[in-house]
Design a protein around this ligand. Structure first.
Ligand code: NAD
Length: 353
């Protein structure tokens, strides 16, 4: 939550309790939340407050011990992955409660304001371009000076979804020459509309439902790597963002391909936490392989806490707005949004676990 959104929740007729210090790292002190209408709960009282709450909004899933203590009919909302968070899911189910996951909000226009994957990917993509610019021992923009002309940096973005498009926009604003590739045919126009060039490869497109990509076969992956190698070799900064929901990140760049890059080049692997698009990248670390600096992303949204929190809080308000009528929790299980994002519904596990 940010203080602004507390008053929006109060306007829905809800009483808001906030764990003391929850806003500290986003520069929101307890007193600001109190002024907006929240009651502050001391750390030692959080378990009691959880057991009494109708709705619990967090970023990460509740730990299983806390999930098991929810009251029957309560709703916990957070990022939650059916394949990975089985203990939390089982605990919330055992309590007879409901778990809504921001990972699974359907991509329909009505739910855009609830799409926290998108809001956080915006933050991540923006940061990726800044990290690339900061680590590159060269300028991003073209400079024509009395001492000679400096050519602009070449930035290549692989995976042009929400994060990729934001990385493109940010790198363009910094003056780099940007190109991009994605397996979805629709992304070509989106990339061009950002002022970047789209790399056309002689490969089939891989679209799945909901605007997401499909997994590649190993043959196609090898061919894609081969065709992309010349583009990667000539780039100064490579930003990879490729993901397939519920799967390990696809391997787009091998150690051999890195060895062909110029020393001093920079690779930003936004998929480092889910297996890595780039061989050798380590989540949360910077490693140098053959003179190429590889930055492995870890929890990037937390490095821009003010706006990441603000956007996430707005997503929480929007999803709650759909579940609350006149101050009462009325969650319609037939609503397409809840059908998509309810992992547990009143104790019944709907997805995963
Ligand atoms: P994502 O995080 O799942 O994946 C990131 C990108 O990686 C995607 O563009 C995907 O196509 C690409 N990718 C996957 N495998 C790849 C590979 N082998 N090589 C290269 N690229 C690969 O995706 P995302 O950012 O969440 O968004 C995907 C699409 O959904 C975008 O077009 C976005 O505009 C759209 N979207 C729609 C809505 C809506 O309609 N409400 C909301 C958000 C996003």
């Amino acid at each position: 939550m940010v203080p602004d959104t507390v008053s929006r929740l109060a306007a829905l007729g809800l009483d808001i309790l906030l764990e003391s210090g929850a806003g500290d790292t986003a520069f929101g002190g307890d007193s600001e939340y109190e002024a907006a209408g929240a009651s502050i709960v001391a750390p030692e009282d959080v378990d009691d407050a959880l057991a009494d709450a109708d709705v619990i909004a967090t970023v990460r899933p509740l730990d299983p011990e806390r999930g098991a203590k929810l009251k029957s009919g309560a709703v916990a909302m957070s990022f939650l992955q059916p394949a990975n968070d089985t203990a939390a899911i089982e605990a919330i189910a055992s309590a007879g409660a409901t778990a809504l996951s921001f990972d699974l909000v359907p991509r329909i226009s009505r739910a855009q304001s609830m799409d926290a994957l998108t809001s956080q990917a915006l933050v991540t993509g923006y940061r990726a371009a800044l990290v690339g610019a900061e680590l590159l021992p060269k300028f991003f923009p073209l400079f024509m000076t009395a001492a000679g002309t400096i050519p602009p940096a070449k930035v290549l973005v692989l995976g042009a979804g929400v994060a990729g498009l934001q990385a493109i926009a940010t790198a363009k604003r910094l003056g780099a020459v940007v190109s991009a590739y994605d397996v979805r045919a629709a992304s070509a126009d989106e990339v061009k509309s950002m002022g970047a060039s789209f790399i056309e490869l002689d490969l089939e497109a891989l679209e799945a439902g909901g605007g997401y990509a499909r997994e590649m076969s190993e043959d196609r992956a090898a061919r894609q790597r081969e065709l992309l190698t010349p583009y990667i070799t000539e780039s100064d900064v490579l930003i990879t963002t490729a993901a397939v929901p519920g799967r390990q990140a696809p391997r787009l760049v091998t150690a051999e391909m890195l060895a062909d890059m110029k020393p001093g080049s920079v690779v930003v692997d936004l998929a480092a936490e889910t297996g890595g698009n780039v061989e050798g990248s380590v989540a949360g670390e910077e490693v140098v392989i053959d003179g190429v600096r590889i930055w492995g992303a870890k929890d990037v949204a937390s490095s821009m806490p003010v706006h990441a929190s603000r956007l996430y809080a707005m997503n929480v308000v929007a999803l709650l707005g759909l579940a609350v009528q006149e101050g009462e929790l009325v969650l319609d299980p037939e609503d397409e949004v809840f059908q998509g994002c309810a992992v547990v519904l009143n104790g019944e596990i709907k997805q995963g676990a």
